[in-house]
Design a protein around this ligand. Structure first.
Ligand SMILES: Cc1cc2nc3c(=O)[nH]c(=O)nc-3n(C[C@H](O)[C@H](O)[C@H](O)COP(=O)(O)O)c2cc1C
Length: 154
């Protein structure tokens, strides 16, 4: 059976986008054959994308100690249309921050609980420049989610 993985991200200066592209690379690993990936900016993602998805990867910068406004808007716009129609969708999050990131993760966790989304991997928080190490960890995150969906783990 084919499984669907949705990657939703927002990025203003390109750091979260670099992380998201690495996540996408990992999910597209040639060893994973039965997972389709949809890669969308938060501003264009909508309820139909969430209803399509069997798994979700969320990427946001930390802005003012919270997730970005665009990511919050994605949650605000989609909550009622998907309410009662998704059950415990497996997800993981990645954050680009100047020097913290914990507020963005806390905000994602709170909203995820209400959605309901189920966190299946530790979040990645990158502070400052996006290093090759961060890119490697993001790639691994994408691959892990996709492989887990394919294997029926989630
Ligand atoms: C309006 C604004 C608010 C920010 N607030 C925070 C913050 O609260 N904590 C933090 O660690 N970094 C903060 N930053 C820094 C960004 O999180 C950081 O530059 C991040 O790497 C940007 O990611 P992007 O390139 O994907 O937009 C803020 C940046 C902006 C523009």
């Amino acid at each position: 059976m084919r499984r669907n993985l949705l990657i939703v991200y927002h990025s203003q200066t390109g750091r979260t986008e670099a992380m998201a592209r690495a996540v996408q690379d990992g999910a597209a690993d040639p060893l994973i054959e039965s997972v389709d990936v949809r890669f969308l900016r938060a501003a264009v993602a909508g309820p139909d994308d969430l209803l399509w998805a069997h798994g979700l990867l969320l990427g946001t910068p930390e802005n003012f100690g919270y997730m970005s406004g665009a990511m919050k808007d994605f949650f605000d716009r989609t909550f009622y249309p998907v309410e009662g129609r998704i059950q415990s969708l497996p997800y993981a999050a990645f954050v680009s921050a100047g020097n913290d990131g914990s507020g963005a993760i806390r905000a994602v966790h709170r909203i995820a609980n209400g959605y309901p989304l189920r966190e299946v991997q530790e979040p990645i928080i990158a502070r400052g420049e996006i290093t090759p190490d961060v890119i490697g960890r993001c790639r691994e995150l994408g691959m892990t989610l996709a492989a887990g969906l394919e294997a029926g783990l989630y």
